[in-house]
Design a protein around this ligand. Structure first.
Ligand SMILES: [Zn+2]
Ligand SMILES: [Zn+2]
Length: 176
């Protein structure tokens, strides 16, 4: 999601602009993607670049943390970040290495990449343990069967025996 901001960067400090954000899909990492992203952004010309205030909603496509089934959850992304041009079109000032490291950068062609900022903030605000449904039964730890589709044929009570053994072991360690 790249926007040409050559006009915006040629305005005086304090000038404001609005822009619509829309993306059919946005890959976040190997496991998660966003779909149906919609939102808006306000751009403010600063002495260094453009201060972007963005707000968007999207659907996060990932997998259930218990049963691994495909799962979608609504997500809200909002951020305020200053984007600094590699070279300022008015002053001709070059970005310092420190600024380049700590800020989002507008490239030599004066393209601002909103996708990268949205990607980073979406990853930060995604649920840590997404579930396909609140009462997901998960997978059987022994045979891997999806317990949402019914009980597997593993011995009931396996779990309790392991827990008893684990408790016994931790007591043993305390004693020594
Ligand atoms: Zn699940
Ligand atoms: Zn099983």
């Amino acid at each position: 999601m790249r926007f040409r901001v050559s006009q915006e960067l040629r305005q005086a400090v304090g000038a404001e602009f609005a822009m619509e954000l829309q993306a059919h899909s946005l890959i976040l990492d190997d496991e998660v993607a966003l779909s149906g992203l919609k939102g808006d952004a306000r751009l403010l010309r600063t002495d260094r670049g453009l201060l972007v205030t963005a707000r968007a909603r999207a659907s996060l496509r990932g997998s259930c943390s218990r049963c691994l089934a495909p799962q979608e959850s609504p997500i809200e992304i909002s951020f305020e970040e200053e984007f600094i041009p590699v070279v300022d079109p008015i002053s001709g000032r070059h970005i310092t290495p420190q600024e380049a490291e700590n800020n989002f950068v507008i490239d030599e062609e004066l393209m601002l990449d909103m996708g990268e900022a949205l990607r980073q903030y979406a990853l930060m605000s995604r649920p840590s343990k997404p579930l396909c449904r609140p009462d997901c039964q998960g997978l059987c730890p022994t045979c891997g069967a999806n317990l949402n589709q019914g009980a597997c044929s593993c011995e009931p009570g396996d779990d309790e025996r392991w827990r008893a053994l684990a408790a016994y072991r931790s007591q043993d360690q305390k004693g020594s």
